[in-house]
Structure formats: structure tokens, C-alpha cells
Design a protein around this ligand. Structure first.
Ligand SMILES: [Zn+2]
Length: 115
């Protein structure tokens, strides 16, 4: 894993240069717009972005998390259906239970149907 780098701390709206990378959301001292510090999933660099870009980057992260969860879900289901190991099956059940616990009540019925 490579280190996460900071990009130049430049306001994405007006080009104002901050003294240092802000540690969280800031208002630009020059143009007063809200400036967000974000890292895209495909990138190892923290950048200052606009509110709209920040929302898009949040969606990219949510998509990645969702894809990862779906892939894990499929793996656990397949373990439960195909594994000969009691231990592996119990682990998969446990992971599925956690998954549905995180997802909330409306998903709890589904896992019972699946099993
Ligand atoms: Zn600015």
C-alpha cells in the first residue's frame, strides 16, 4: 500500500492557495465556498474539491462498498451451499447474519428465505 499523498491545497472554485491541506471541510477564505477534502477510490491523493465533486466521490465510494458487499454475499452463499467444512459454513452464516444486521430489518426476512 502506497502512502496517501496530499495534492496542492488549492481552492477548486477560485484558486486560492491554503497554507496547508485543511484537515476537514472548510470555507474558502477568499470566495467563501465550502471546500471538501476527498480521495477518489481510484486515486491515492487527497484533493480539495467542490461540494458537487464531493458528492460524486461519495457515490463512487458507496458503489465500491456495495459491489464488495455483493461479491462477499455471493461467496458466503456459495460456501453455505457447497462447502463440506462445518467451520466454513458456520463462518459464512455468521458473516451473512452480520451483513443483514448492518442492512437493517427489511433484509432480515430475506436471509431466512435464502437459508
Ligand atoms: Zn475559493
Amino acid at each position: 500500500m502506497s502512502e496517501i499523498q496530499n495534492a496542492e491545497p488549492v481552492c477548486p472554485y477560485c484558486g486560492f492557495v491554503f497554507d496547508a491541506m485543511p484537515s476537514r471541510r472548510r470555507s474558502c477564505p477568499s470566495c467563501k465556498n465550502a471546500v471538501y477534502r476527498k480521495k477518489r477510490p481510484t486515486d491515492r491523493t487527497l484533493r480539495l474539491v467542490t461540494e458537487q465533486q464531493a458528492n460524486e466521490i461519495e457515490k463512487e465510494w458507496a458503489k465500491i462498498t456495495e459491489d464488495k458487499e455483493l461479491k462477499e454475499f455471493d461467496e458466503w452463499m456459495s460456501t453455505i451451499q457447497t462447502s463440506n467444512s462445518h467451520h466454513e459454513k458456520m463462518t459464512a452464516y455468521h458473516q451473512l447474519a452480520l451483513y443483514f444486521w448492518r442492512k437493517g430489518d427489511e433484509f432480515r426476512g430475506q436471509v431466512i428465505e435464502c437459508l
